[in-house]
Write a protein that binds this ligand. Structure first.
Ligand code: NAD
Length: 483
């Protein structure tokens, strides 16, 4: 019997669909749970629940401050359980306990950050535009939110808490690899006073996601995942004229200039290329190095790869865990084979680490002598694989960085901050980092080109869950608005 993984109208229940998902630990390869795949009718029930909560319930009529208080109370309730949630996330997707504790702790802080936005957000503004006008921000409606597996608890916070703070209702679908941790968030929100039906959860894979996106009761889709799935979702939403936010893949370039502080390059690229076993959308997976110091930069990236301690993710000393699934490792290994076949040179890694009998591990891997036209330079590998590409001069580096289908993130390493700014302004990405690798979910995050549409986090992410309404006022009506 699958676990109770559907949350509809304020109650947990199992799915009665025929298909089940075995949740397998990436480090032990043992099954840790079985959850159902929500059927189209179960997805329909979840959407109806969210629709009723939005159309008839009290949540969206409560003040922003009242909604923020519920979120703060939920954060208080989660605080004592951070270690427990981190343990579950490590079991689900294999990231080391050392990092999941920090990540889950940050996700709870993010709830407080979002709640704080309430005090500085105005939902009504009066403007004299020839006609006295009120500009209102109203919640966009019912949100279908779909998440990947690579940062599960933080992703659930971002995908659920942000829209409900705006007054929306949500049907959330976690990735099939990581369907369990969202329970903690949902239970805390309910206990904190969230009305039934405002948050709903359906588990399943692509078919459940497709049913959610296609549902007529959904006003906006908030999707984070692969570019391939994002294109399909975008076209359905285009046809239905649903609002859509797509946070997709990346192949981000780190430009190392000839004056870079190589210690900063080493620490920035250790995180940028290999953190979370490279399963990071913003990973700096293309390193662009000037020919004048190419050998030195390759050696630094090799040192960045050597910093990681790979092994059992529950060992507090471990810093690098396995990949999320057998399928993911097969994909990463196919890319490594493609790099070798194309003539790129393996500097370090490329294999499964010795001495780890179980688990989907891959060594941190560095390819040198890579051409930007090679498959390993163009496609997102989503594993611990960095490629080092030589460039001639600064203009050539900018051209190579921008010569990508993606535009999620980018970085420059230099001691000349004037040059850093010049390069930052020329790179077409949604986020850019100077002398570091930062993912800050208090800032707007998202991509250009095939990396997506819209911004997911920060104030701008929150604001994206409002629709604007313009009210042309009759004389003497001004005092009714502007709260
Ligand atoms: P994926 O696209 O396979 O799946 C993501 C989610 O979408 C899962 O819940 C999946 O079940 C669902 N899904 C798959 N196909 C669907 C469809 N046609 N319709 C509706 N739902 C569908 O991606 P993944 O392998 O889980 O995650 C890795 C990808 O996510 C990488 O490409 C990575 O770059 C991207 N990602 C992007 C960001 C970002 O903010 N830009 C953050 C994290 C991950």
């Amino acid at each position: 019997m699958p676990e109770e993984s559907l949350f509809i109208r304020g109650k947990w229940a199992p799915s009665y669909g025929d298909d089940v998902i075995d949740v397998i630990s990436p480090s032990t390869e043992e099954m840790i749970a079985t959850v159902g795949t929500a059927t189209e009718s179960e997805v329909g029930e979840a959407v109806r629940s969210a629709r009723i909560a939005f159309d008839e319930g009290p949540w969206r009529h409560q003040s922003l401050e009242e909604r923020a208080k519920v979120i703060e109370r939920a954060a208080d309730l989660l605080e004592p359980h951070v270690a427990e949630i981190a343990h579950l996330v490590t079991s689900e997707m294999g990231a080391p306990i050392s990092s999941t504790k920090a990540i889950v702790g940050r996700a709870v802080e993010t709830m407080r950050f979002l709640a704080d936005l309430a005090s500085t957000t105005r939902l009504e503004e009066l403007r004299d535009l020839g006609v006295s006008t009120a500009i209102l921000k109203e919640p966009v409606g019912v949100v279908g939110a779909i998440a990947p597996w690579n940062g599960p608890f933080g992703m659930a916070v971002s995908k659920i808490v942000t829209p409900i703070l705006a007054g929306c209702s949500v049907v959330f679908k976690p990735a099939p690899e990581t369907p369990l941790d969202v329970r903690y968030l949902v239970n805390a929100l309910q206990q904190a006073g969230l009305p039934d039906g405002v948050v709903n959860v359906v588990t399943g894979g692509a078919s459940t996601g497709q049913a959610l996106v296609a549902s007529r009761g959904i006003d906006k889709v908030s999707f984070t995942g692969s570019t391939a799935a994002g294109r399909m979702i975008g076209s359905v939403c285009g046809h239905d004229l649903k609002r859509v936010q797509l946070e997709l893949g990346g192949k981000s370039a780190a430009i190392v200039l000839d004056d870079a502080d190589l210690d900063a390059v080493r620490s920035g690229l250790a995180m940028g290329c290999f953190f979370n076993s490279g399963q990071v959308c913003a990973a700096l997976s293309r390193v662009l190095a000037p020919r004048s110091i190419y050998r030195e930069v390759v050696a630094i990236v090799e040192e960045a790869a050597a910093q990681w301690r790979i092994g059992d993710p529950f060992d507090p000393e471990t810093t690098l865990g396995p990949l999320v699934s057998h399928k993911q490792r097969a994909q990463v290994e196919a890319y490594i084979a493609s790099g070798k076949a194309a003539g790129a040179r393996i500097v370090t890694g490329g294999n499964r680490p010795a001495g780890l009998g179980k688990g989907w591990y891959v060594e941190p891997t560095v390819f040198a002598d890579v051409d930007n036209a090679m498959q390993i330079a163009r496609e997102e590998i989503f594993g611990p694989v960095a490629v080092v590409i030589p460039y001639e001069d600064e203009a050539n580096a900018v051209d190579i960085a921008n010569d990508s289908d993606y535009g999620l993130h980018g970085a420059v390493f230099t001691q000349d901050l004037e040059r850093a700014k010049h390069i930052a302004l020329q790179i077409r990405t949604g986020t850019f980092s100077v002398n570091n690798f930062v993912y800050n979910n208090r800032a707007p995050f998202g991509g250009v080109k095939a990396s997506g549409i819209g911004r997911d986090t920060g104030r701008e992410g929150f604001e994206s869950f409002f629709e604007l309404k313009t009210v042309n006022l009759a004389a003497g009506m001004e005092s009714y608005f502007g709260q």
